[in-house]
Ligand binder design. Structure first.
Ligand code: ADP
Ligand code: MG
Length: 711
């Protein structure tokens, strides 16, 4: 697509002015901004407040409500400097409203203490909470007011910006203010055509930006705080439009490429006949859709959504057979080594009897084994290549990759998906593929169901099919929620279950990024359970173990030599041991719904009745309670996804690595979902009538990310 077809109006250039043009923004500060992707004035205009502080009015101490931020003014009544476990300064304020407010400081300087002479007028802002004697505010922002000072209340809400490392909040607010002083008039700023804007009855971009950055006293504060103010809706609409356009364009560009025609069905038919089970109706339907796509000379871009256990792997294997039957290669990439290994084991069992040659590539494959695998991939000796991210690494060259399959794609970003595709591209690659390049087909699979409205936006560049049926004979998993205090009963129950020949998972979770800490916790649990259950055969898997050890433990569990497998969330995605029928998840209150659903999906895969015990620590927050309740009530991934969207919003739902959706500045897909039909319609009209405007909207909001969109 051409960059702006007509010369941009001179004023628009103001938006591109580098930040160093602002007084007080030297190269060092500009660097801090750049680290956050903020380079020019326009980036600061779009850096919106995440909160507001209302200093336009004073609240009487007697009227303060716990948990609600407010501004208060009063005189110092008493000061107490103490030292219990650490130094503390308590300042009691009185404003004549027959209630006292305590300001509490844990870090303070001597000069601060001296400020608070009894009788001094102090104005402070913060959120009051119940304290030892009445309400208190910990570390309020405050200032001392001279007795002769006039009211001095602001007439606009104070914006609070997302913090930027290395730039103080005051400087940040000042610089954004300066950038706004240079905001040009609508004629230079507005991109939406006037007829469209009039129909939407939303403010202009300039009005909207000013209302959001500098809301006056008369603005609807509640709406602003809730994100439903017309100004925010206007910005959200443009932002959603930009993201949608960028994905749509990506699809258009993608479909201009060519792809190998894979239309030989005989090998897939042989695999299907050799399987120990018939395909479900849904599996057959989705495979037919894929086969139809693969038979065309344009690249397939298809997402297969299927709840945990719906049988996506076999559909992927069938698709791979179309590539192999045409003398070409297929690759299957999984996000974890454990899952990739399991795929390898399954595919070996299914494909080797058909004479299909496989290769295995993971990060841990090194030395001679790696060279051999690389040679097999490069020469075409390997027809199906299974692995992890290692598949995308430099030095991996395919002979003639025709189908790239990405499992659990929500664990990967768009970049990684494209990187695997580019491995198979034929023709020169100079930072972007030529239009007539031949690229592999792409099949991406996910077990994270996404509500329809979201899917339309998140995957505007993909066709979506759903495997919406589970293989027959599965019984729903019965889910119980249990207070951690009842752990001894639970351990006894596990003992009984194992004595009856059942197999169980005991999942240790911690919200900790460090594998090491989590592994340690799992180790401790493993030892405790070992001591409590002498007759039970225990195994342990965690992320810090050697791959070979992990693999042999999993094999022993699958083979029934281990009764109880203590594990970290490494088993979360994809692991398939049909005989396991009991799962305990510790600290379940700390996990999100999608993760709980994935974990629980490890049981209920065989014919035995299965159960899942969610163990929580009190007290439960309202959200955690709602999550556990949802898990107890339903096993339907789509219902859980809707609930998840409601409870935590789509940015998290899709994972922060989901480029193109996470990191919205204003839009919130849960809140603004009703804008989506309009967004889709607008996008079609712009692409048809004003492609140059579409381009500028994408550049404005998606910026750098648009660079790969044309890849
Ligand atoms: P997921 O969609 O979660 O990736 P898997 O592909 O791991 O699911 O399949 C789950 C289990 O169901 C596997 O043991 C697989 O062999 C089995 N399976 C797949 N399709 C069928 C079917 N049509 N009938 C019975 N079992 C099936
Ligand atoms: Mg799977």
């Amino acid at each position: 697509m051409p960059r702006a077809a007509r010369p941009a109006p001179a004023l628009a250039v103001i938006g591109d002015t580098p930040l160093t043009a602002l007084p007080g923004c030297g190269p060092r500060v500009a660097e801090k901004f750049a680290a956050r992707g903020l380079h020019c004035l326009q980036d600061l205009w779009l850096q919106l407040p995440r909160q507001y502080e209302d200093r336009t009015r004073l609240t009487r101490i007697a009227d303060l409500q716990p948990g609600v931020a407010a501004q208060v003014e009063g005189r110092v009544e008493a000061v107490e400097r103490g030292f219990r476990y650490r130094p503390v300064l308590r300042v009691a304020l009185d404003d004549g409203s027959r209630a006292t407010l305590v300001l509490r400081f844990f870090h303070f300087r001597a000069a601060q203490v001296a400020q608070f002479q009894p009788g001094t007028r102090v104005r402070c802002y913060g959120t009051a909470r119940p304290g030892q004697n009445g309400l208190e505010i910990v570390h309020p922002s405050y200032r001392v007011i001279d007795d002769d000072e006039a009211d001095g209340l602001g007439d606009a809400l104070d914006p609070v910006y997302p913090s930027i490392e290395g730039i103080g909040p005051m400087t940040l607010r000042r610089l954004i203010g300066l950038s706004l002083d240079r905001l040009p008039g609508d004629e230079a700023l507005e991109l939406l055509p006037p007829d469209l804007r009039a129909a939407l009855r939303l403010p202009s971009l300039r009005e909207a930006l000013l209302a959001v950055h500098r809301p006056g006293r008369d603005q609807d504060v509640a709406a602003l705080l809730a994100g439903t103010h017309p100004a925010q809706r206007r910005l959200a609409l443009e932002e959603l439009l930009a993201h949608h356009l960028s994905l749509r364009r990506q699809r258009i560009v993608q479909q201009a490429h060519a792809a190998p025609v894979l239309d030989r069905l005989e090998l897939a038919a042989r695999l299907r006949d050799a399987l120990p089970f018939p395909l479900t109706g849904a599996q057959q339907r989705v495979f037919d859709q894929i086969a139809d796509d693969l038979g065309r000379p344009t690249p397939m871009l298809r997402l297969v959504q299927g709840d945990v256990g719906s049988g996506k792997t076999v559909v992927a294997a069938l698709a791979a057979m179309l590539a192999v039957a045409s003398g070409r290669q297929a690759a299957l990439m999984a996000p974890t080594e454990l899952l990739a290994e399991q795929h390898m084991t399954n595919l070996r069992g299914w494909l080797e009897p058909l004479g299909v040659r496989l290769a295995w590539l993971a990060g841990k494959v090194t030395g001679r084994a790696r060279r051999q695998a690389l040679d097999a991939v490069a020469s075409g000796e390997a027809q199906v290549v299974v692995g992890t991210h290692a598949l995308m690494q430099e030095g991996v060259a395919f002979n003639n990759l025709a189908l790239a399959i990405v499992d659990e794609q929500h664990r990967f970003g768009v970049h990684q998906r494209l990187a695997l595709r580019d491995k198979g591209a034929q023709g020169p690659d100079a930072g972007g593929l030529p239009r007539d390049a031949v690229v592999p087909h792409q099949l991406v699979m996910t077990a994270t169901p996404i509500p329809r409205t979201l899917a339309m936006s998140a995957y505007a560049d993909l066709d979506v099919s759903a495997i919406d049926e589970l293989p027959p004979g599965r019984t729903p998993v019965q889910t119980v929620v249990l207070n951690a205090g009842r752990r001894p009963e639970l351990v006894e129950r596990i003992r009984q279950a194992c004595a009856e020949g059942r197999q169980a998972y005991w999942v240790c979770t911690l919200i900790d990024d460090s594998d090491e800490v989590v592994a340690q916790a799992a180790q401790t649990t493993f030892e405790e359970l070992g001591a409590a259950l002498p007759d039970v055969r225990l195994g342990l898997v965690h992320g810090r173990m050697k791959p070979a050890d992990k693999q042999s433990t999993m094999a022993a569990f699958k083979g029934g030599e281990i009764d109880l497998l203590v594990a970290t969330t490494v088993i979360e995605v994809g692991v398939d041991v049909p005989n396991a029928s009991l799962m305990v998840i510790e600290n379940a209150e700390r996990l999100g719904l999608a993760q709980l659903h994935q974990l629980r999906g490890r049981v209920g895969r065989g014919t035995a009745a299965s159960s899942c015990v969610l163990v929580y620590q009190s007290p439960l927050s309202a959200t955690a309670r709602a999550r556990l309740e949802t898990m107890r009530e339903t096993g339907d991934g789509f219902v859980i996804a809707e609930k998840d969207l409601e409870l935590r919003g789509p940015g998290e739902l899709l994972g922060t690595r989901q480029t193109g959706l996470a990191g919205f500045r204003v839009a919130d897909l849960a809140r603004d979902a009703d804008l989506l039909p309009q967004v889709h319609e607008l996008a079609e009209r712009l692409l048809a009538d004003h492609p140059e405007i579409a381009e500028r909207i994408v550049v404005r909001w998606v910026g750098g990310a648009a660079r790969y969109a044309g890849a």
